[in-house]
Design a protein around this ligand. Structure first.
Ligand SMILES: [Zn+2]
Length: 78
C-alpha cells in the first residue's frame, strides 16, 4: 500500500542508541554487527567507534567484517 507510511513505522520501531557515547539513530549495519559480535539478544548497542574501542580493534576492521557478513548473505544485514 503506502510505502512511505511503512518506513515511518519502521523508524519509530526502536531508537537504537550507543550506550557508551549516547549517539542515537544507529543504522542497521551498526545494529547488525553488534548482534553479530556481541550476541543476537543484546538489548544495548554501541556505535561503530565505541564498538571498535570495546573490541580493541579499528573501525575499519568492523566495516570489513560487515562487508564479509553481507557477502555471506547474513540476514542481520539484509
Ligand atoms: Zn558510541
Amino acid at each position: 500500500m503506502c510505502l512511505h507510511s511503512r518506513f515511518e513505522t519502521m523508524k519509530k520501531d526502536k531508537a537504537y542508541k550507543c550506550i557508551a557515547c549516547g549517539q542515537d539513530h544507529l543504522d542497521k549495519d551498526t545494529v547488525g554487527i553488534n548482534k553479530k559480535l556481541i550476541g543476537e539478544n543484546v538489548t544495548s548497542f554501541y556505535c561503530m567507534y565505541c564498538l571498535a574501542d570495546y573490541l580493541g580493534c579499528e573501525v575499519q576492521d568492523i566495516l570489513d567484517k560487515i562487508e564479509e557478513f553481507k557477502e555471506e548473505g547474513c540476514k542481520l544485514f539484509s
